[in-house]
Design a protein around this ligand. Sequence first.
Ligand SMILES: Cc1cc2nc3c(=O)[nH]c(=O)nc-3n(C[C@H](O)[C@H](O)[C@H](O)COP(=O)(O)OP(=O)(O)OC[C@H]3O[C@@H](n4cnc5c(N)ncnc54)[C@H](O)[C@@H]3O)c2cc1C
Length: 368
Amino acid sequence: MANSAVADQLVAETRVEVSEPAVLLERLADHFSEHGDVTKEECKARLAFHFGTAELEIDGGYLNVAATASDASGLAFVKVALAEHLIEFSEPETPEIRWTGDCAAGSPVPYLRRMTVERVEQITPRMRRVRLSGDDLERFTRESMHIRLLFPPEKGGAYGWPVMGEDGRPAWPEGLPKPIARVYTIRRIDADEGWLDIDMVLHEGDGYPGAGFAENAKPGDEIGITGPGGGTYGQATRYLLAGDETALPAIARILEELPETARVTAIVEIADAAEEQVLVSKADVDLTWVHRDGLEPGTTDLLERAVKAVDWPEADPDTYVWIACEQAAVRKLRSYFRKEKKMPRANHMAVAYWRRGVAGEHAGEKDG
Ligand SMILES: Cc1cc2nc3c(=O)[nH]c(=O)nc-3n(C[C@H](O)[C@H](O)[C@H](O)COP(=O)(O)OP(=O)(O)OC[C@H]3O[C@@H](n4cnc5c(N)ncnc54)[C@H](O)[C@@H]3O)c2cc1C
């Protein structure tokens, strides 16, 4: 089997029996082209992510997969991504996946950290900053800014901690509940001092894992995090950053990172003037706050109209558009930039951060 691993890389392999390997390979290549660089030939495909690569090859009724990465977390990410999608795309069959090689079954999940709440700060009436402290955070400083927070299924309760499973997914101890995950943005991080800040929206409703945790968090509380993954953005001279309050931590962070040569139009939808924050940037920033002033989040076209009012060039490769908010608005804006502004995929990112009426970490994902 073709394997491009080099000496200092970690490697894992699996050989999976499937009934329609060509269909499966096609679906995997198509799906992962949204998340990395995919090279597809008739019987094989190479998936290159920023955290590692996977080489897939059809061998009769089998799909051979070789995963490589330069560190354990990267390899574990490749394994779990492949396992989850091999299983999802093979339904109703359940293929048996057994990896051999590095990051073996039973070893610690390398992208998971146990963290402790160090302090909680109310930064605006509806936004709380939770500082989490923990060890070995260096990889959380790199590129990606999104993480999963793992909340106890019951307020104040405990959950089990997983190890690497045979199929590459985490294996959870029996007898203890699994945590509930929600995706958040690392607003700020200092790996040397061992902390990271998460800015969490206190949205309406009781007992939701994310907002409820933010409401009740106190120093000493324990919580798990996994990641990081996603949240990178392209290089350009001119940027459009748009989102609602859930995207405000990411927009604030991107603004802090952009160089002074960047020209940025930033549009942020928030509940009202009390939610405005001071945003810092070296770049030349034109910032607009859009206030809902009593209207419910996820129900208005305020952000959409504000974004469409920007005089934005068509298909200009030196521009980058970044959008994150409720799913319905994301869909409209994504379509606007793809179809009307003819922006290539490499020059924009439009991601649903949540979906009105739908709970859960995947609520925003299946949005075509
Ligand atoms: C990549 C990514 C990064 C994110 N970063 C951040 C971040 O840094 N800070 C942050 O606060 N959020 C962030 N979010 C959004 C956050 O994950 C969702 O808002 C999540 O649903 C909150 O979980 P929950 O347990 O509070 O509510 P859930 O249990 O998921 O949902 C319960 C109900 O609340 C509704 N709901 C969820 N979020 C909101 C909201 N903001 N306003 C109104 N109603 C809502 C849902 O529609 C549902 O009806 C991010 C999401 C993604 C995908």
